[in-house]
Each structure stands twice: as structure tokens, then as C-alpha cells.
Design a binder for this molecule. Structure first.
Ligand code: KG4
Ligand code: ZN
Length: 338
């Protein structure tokens, strides 16, 4: 059987990425042009600027991915591209580029759900991983617990009712005067802090698998305002560590409950927040105690990248699930939808 070589394209938020993946799990190249320095001065992603930056970066990033992979364009089997969820203008840039390339090379086009891509990032770091497993997807836009019984099913068990975990990290960091994106900053600062210094709320104790982070975010912001008004100065590291501990506690508790209730023996984590060191440590310790296998992607495949999109694209392609030329961006695309 000849090799299946997929070009993946990702542009849903603030990273322009292209990757070449062979036979589903062998990454030949994974080029990422990050826009973080561009958005940093605004304290968050500015959608219009993101779209324009994708336009500038896309073709050079695709060329570089093909070059680094050491393949020719006519070696490609198909082009996989993120079509949602994400920023509509940003998605459209990657989608148009991927469509033009696939059309000109007479290749099949495969639309990929960004969140399914995040889950599939685990296959790249753990070649022996197979479903079934429970996935905790924690990113800037999503926080979900998913049952993944096979390669094609993503069943939502629980999700956030308001802010995503990454969004809470970024907003709290912003109020603390830390640069964007705030997640890695809070992670770093927390290492020097006392996580028991402030008892921030752990929301939705009664809902078994759902999350809520907006109350926690407000509690931290109110705490900081109160500090400022009274001239009291709580060490920022203590605020960061206490906030982070509140997020980690609920993520860990509900993930473990879902794994036990649904009988999963393997738990995987995905999305940008899965890079968080406290979350990794806590989930590693608690799953070990219960005899569960626990996996997360290597750092490069945690945050947005096209290799995970190509990997997901590969499995869709094997199932014959290609897209037609009318494929459009779907900013609010849900999980498990085609
Ligand atoms: O998956 P991702 O790259 O983009 C989305 O699809 O949203 O996730 C980005 C999010 C941001 O909110 C960022 O602050 C957060 O992931 N993040 C972290 C860490 N690294 C990235 N949050 C907490 N700790 C980290 N180490
Ligand atoms: Zn993402």
C-alpha cells in the first residue's frame, strides 16, 4: 500500500500553521507562525489583525512545510484544513488557501473540526494510543469532557457553562498586568506562590461533569480591586497560585468522576491549557492513584498546530469523509459534527 501523505492547514485563531503528516502519525514537518507578538500590545487577539496576518503568513508557511517534509506537492494524498470552531475571518484565510491548493493539485479536501484535532494531537505524541478514552479538552475557547469510544465518535459528557478555562487564565492575567497569553504567565508565576493563600470558589459542586469559571474570574478580579482600594498588597504569585489551584481542582475532580462513572481506563488531555504544569501534575498523581493511564501531547501539539489537523484529516480520509468545494467556515462548530 502506498503512503498516505496529508498536508494540514490551521488558521483558526492566532497561529498560522501547516504540516505534513505521513500515514496518520508520522510528522514530517509542522511549521507554526505565531502572531502572539503582534497581538500582545492589545492584550488579546484582535480578529481583523489576525485575518490579515494569516494572509501574509499562509503561503510561505505552506511552502516551508512541504520543503521541510522533503516531499513534492504531487506526493500529497489530500489537504486537510480547520473549518471551525474559531474566528470566522481567520478560518476563511486557511480554508481559501487549502481549497486553492487542493483544487490546483487535483487533491481531495478534508474539513477538520479544530477540537477533534486537539484530541488527535495525542496520537502524535503517543503512537500506541487507541480509543476508547476520556478526553479533557481545555483551550482558550473550550472546556469539555468527551467520551471517545472509537476514532469517529466524540460524545460530550460535560462542558463549561460560561468561560473556557484558558479564557479565565487570560482574563485574570490581564487584570494582574501580565502579558498575553496569560496562561503560561500564571503557570510560571504560580511556582513561587502559596496556592492555599486565598480560598477562591470552586463552582458547580453539584453538577457532576459541567464547569463554570466566570464566578472564579470575578472573585479574583474583586479580590485584586479590594487590594488596590485598601492599599494591601497580596504577593501576585499567591494570587496566581490560588487562582490556578481553583481551576485545577475542579478540572481534576470532574475528570476523575467522569472516568469512574463511564468506566474509562485511559484519560487524555488536549488543548492549550493542557500545557499547564499544575494541571499535569495533579492529574498525573490522581490518575496514578486510581490505576488509570494518563496522557497529554508534547508541548508543540498542545497549543494550535497543523500536525494535529493533518492527523485528524488522515483518519477522516481513511473513512472516505472528504469535503466538497462548498466547505465553509463554521465559527461555532460543535464537536462530533461534520
Ligand atoms: O488550544 P490553544 O492554543 O488555542 C485555542 O484553541 O484556544 O489554547 C490557548 C489557551 C490560552 O488561553 C492560553 O493562555 C492557554 O491556552 N495556555 C495555558 C498554558 N499554555 C497555554 N494555560 C495555562 N497554563 C499554561 N501553561
Ligand atoms: Zn486550539
Amino acid at each position: 500500500m502506498s503512503d498516505c501523505i496529508i498536508l494540514g492547514v490551521e488558521s483558526s485563531c492566532d497561529d498560522t500553521s501547516a504540516a505534513v503528516v505521513k500515514n496518520g502519525r508520522q510528522v514530517l514537518s509542522n511549521i507554526i507562525a505565531s502572531q502572539i507578538p503582534i497581538h500582545q500590545k492589545y492584550g488579546g487577539v484582535v480578529p481583523e489583525i489576525a485575518s490579515r496576518s494569516h494572509v501574509e503568513a499562509l503561503l510561505p508557511v505552506i511552502d516551508e512545510a512541504i520543503k521541510q517534509a522533503g516531499v513534492q506537492k504531487n506526493d500529497l494524498s489530500a489537504v486537510a484544513v480547520t473549518y471551525g470552531p474559531g474566528l470566522v475571518g481567520a478560518l476563511l484565510v486557511g480554508l481559501s488557501g487549502a481549497k486553492s491548493l487542493a483544487w490546483s493539485l487535483d487533491l481531495p479536501l478534508i474539513g477538520v473540526n479544530h477540537l477533534e484535532g486537539h484530541v488527535y494531537g495525542n496520537f502524535l505524541s503517543h503512537p500506541d494510543l487507541e480509543p476508547p478514552f476520556l478526553a479533557l479538552v481545555v483551550s482558550g475557547g473550550h472546556t469539555s469532557l468527551l467520551a471517545v469510544p472509537d476514532y469517529e465518535t466524540f460524545q460530550t459528557i460535560g462542558q463549561t457553562r460560561d468561560d473556557a478555562a484558558g479564557e479565565a487564565f487570560d482574563k485574570v492575567a490581564r487584570v494582574m498586568g501580565l502579558p498575553y497569553p496569560g496562561g503560561p504567565e500564571i503557570d510560571r508565576l504560580s511556582k513561587a506562590g502559596d496556592k492555599t493563600a486565598i480560598a477562591f470558589p470552586r463552582a458547580l459542586a453539584d453538577a457532576p461533569y459541567d464547569f463554570s469559571f466566570s464566578g472564579l474570574k470575578s472573585a479574583v478580579i474583586n479580590y485584586l480591586h479590594h487590594d488596590r482600594q485598601t492599599g494591601h498588597v497580596t504577593p501576585p504569585a499567591d494570587v496566581a497560585a490560588s487562582f490556578q489551584a481553583a481551576v485545577v481542582d475542579v478540572l481534576v475532580e470532574k475528570t476523575l468522576r467522569a472516568a469512574a462513572d463511564h468506566g474509562f481506563e485511559t484519560v487524555v488531555m488536549a488543548g492549550g491549557v493542557s500545557a499547564n504544569s499544575a494541571l499535569r501534575e495533579a492529574l498525573a498523581a490522581e490518575t496514578k492513584r486510581r490505576g488509570l493511564r494518563f496522557l497529554y501531547p508534547s508541548p508543540l501539539y498542545c497549543t494550535d498546530n497543523a500536525a494535529m489537523i493533518a492527523c485528524r484529516g488522515h483518519y477522516l480520509f481513511q473513512q472516505g469523509k472528504t469535503s466538497d468545494w462548498r466547505l465553509n467556515a463554521v465559527p461555532g462548530l460543535a464537536l462530533g459534527k461534520l
